[in-house]
Design a protein around this ligand. Structure first.
Ligand code: AMP
Ligand code: MG
Length: 484
């Protein structure tokens, strides 16, 4: 069975970077969904027939050319350092080089125990597999950098959490799975040689421009910071809350990874928290830029031995990148929010106006996605969302004056907003309904339909109209769980 063309650069790094381990076979794998467009983008040659695909994507028959391994990493979880985490329920099969030259990790998640499993069983219930498939593919369709979902398989095995649940395996695809926590792993061991190898690997793979910089590692840090700033700005533009922004869940490639108790907010609330384990609101919606900076400061600390032979000078370099972060983020976020109200320049005044609207939305508990979508074109429907209709009408008037002042015509503004404000997001209640049908009744129809509804989020499609609606009061999901 082939899955071409593997070229496994991570497996050529020293053995301290991973454990070589095969996925642990599952009882009776059944293919739930294969992402054929993604397989085609990657140039994969896949076997025919559902059974062969199920054996492949469960890990029961790893493809030719795979060199399965579990990656070592550490991480700060809710601010506390854990010197060894690592892939406890995932294996990297290898890297494929797509026809367009892009290099991607192919990883199985839920594939059995590894050296890094600690007390865990290395498995995943179907629920989190479905959540990650749905949400990561939705993020991609929303143009947010993210890992992708290639396939999901039901294992035919039961996993035991607070109750017995059907098991699943997700095949995910990412630019890489290298995390801030991967750097922390070697920094905690004072292994500067490994740190340098890792940094060089990340430069080759994600930031080749750094090679020519006067100080490649300082340039690397700056580019990672920029990628993370851009990512968090995009999250916030679609109302996404990652939920567990621990350093081990922060990709140095600037992609969204590790979809756990993540959520999209319905009504706008800057302090929104959904994760059942985030008691202090550390990872609340509005706190995400500050946490991103916190995570980067940890990365900066790891890079100190590489930045300069003089430690004081090295720390200054790291500090200067971190000191720039708030401005970098603000610049990206202003652009994101400006586009949401039809202005592309990303200036402070436009941002102030967008913020005023957010203030009205917060006070009136207005649905974030619906309000911005209706702003493009349907004034009455927009106003009907607000308790304080006059306040909202007043805002509309200032906004129109602002557009005129900027010489942005209404048609242009509308087209910008229609490509910045989605009609469809993976709303929590829909994701929950899909998971319940799958886990409780072995019914995957709601999952498939949800995935299809989210494929083209910026296009109104009448057949999916109900997916644009916020939850009814009895459907509201106010808490999400890792469930792993
Ligand atoms: P997370 O924050 O969910 O990405 O996971 C944090 C750490 O826990 C990672 O090292 C995971 O590999 C590990 N982990 C989570 N669930 C399991 C499981 N069921 N079995 C083994 N390790 C797990
Ligand atoms: Mg993780």
């Amino acid at each position: 069975m082939t899955l071409l063309p593997f070229d496994n650069t991570y497996a050529r790094l020293p053995e301290t970077f991973y454990e070589r381990i095969d996925p642990v076979p599952v009882q009776s794998p059944r293919l739930i969904r294969l992402n054929r467009p993604l397989a085609a983008e990657l140039g994969l040659e896949l076997p025919d027939g559902e059974d062969a695909l199920a054996r492949l994507f469960s890990g029961n028959e790893p493809p030719e050319g795979a060199q399965p391994l579990a990656q070592a990493y550490a991480g700060h979880q809710f601010g506390y350092f854990v010197p060894q985490l690592g892939d406890g329920r995932a294996v990297l099969l290898g890297e494929v080089v797509a026809p367009d030259g892009g290099r991607f990790d192919i990883q199985l998640k839920g594939s059995g125990r590894t050296r890094f499993s600690r007390g865990g069983d290395g498995r995943s219930p179907l629920g989190p597999v479905i959540r990650e498939y749905v949400v990561s593919e939705a993020m991609h369709a929303l143009s947010v950098p993210t890992s992708r979902a290639l396939a999901m398989v039901a294992t035919g095995e039961t996993v035991h959490r607070d109750r017995p649940l059907p098991g699943g395996v997700l095949t995910r695809v990412a630019a890489s799975h290298i995390r801030v926590g991967t750097f922390e792993y070697f920094a905690a061991r004072s292994d500067t040689d490994a740190l340098r190898l890792l940094a060089d690997h990340v430069i080759d793979r994600h930031y080749p421009q750094c090679r020519d910089a006067a100080n490649p590692y300082a340039e690397l840090f700056a580019r990672i910071a920029e990628a993370v700033a851009g990512l968090v700005a995009r999250w916030m533009g679609v109302g996404f809350i990652h939920g567990v922004m621990n350093t081990d869940n922060t990709s140095v490639a600037g992609e969204t990874i590790d979809f756990g108790p993540c959520a999209f907010m319905d009504r706008y609330d800057p302090a929104a928290v959904f994760s059942s384990i985030d008691h202090q609101g550390r990872y609340a919606f509005d706190n995400q830029p500050a946490v991103a900076q916190w995570n980067l400061s940890s990365l900066g600390g790891c890079l100190v031995p590489l930045l300069d032979a003089d430690e004081g000078r090295a720390r200054e370099l790291a500090e200067s990148v971190l000191a720039d972060f708030p401005d970098r983020f603000q610049e990206r976020f202003q652009r994101v929010m400006g586009r949401k109200i039809g202005v592309e320049s990303g200036d402070a005044e436009t941002f102030g106006l967008a913020n005023e609207l957010l203030g009205l939305m917060h006070r009136d508990r207005v649905d974030f996605t619906l309000a911005f979508r209706r702003l493009a074109g349907d004034e009455d429907a927009f106003l009907s969302l607000f308790g304080d209709r006059e306040g909202a009408a007043g805002w509309l008037e200032s906004w129109r004056g602002h557009l005129r002042g900027r010489n942005v015509d209404a048609v242009r503004a509308e087209s910008v907003m229609r490509s910045a404000n989605p009609a469809y997001i993976p709303r929590n209640h829909r994701v929950e309904q899909a998971i319940r049908a799958a886990e409780d009744h072995d019914d995957f129809a709601p999952t498939h339909r949800l995935i299809e509804a989210l494929e083209r989020p910026y296009e109104d499609r009448p057949e999916f109209a109900e997916y644009a609606n916020p939850p009814e009061p009895q459907e509201v999901v106010s808490q999400t769980f890792c469930g792993t």
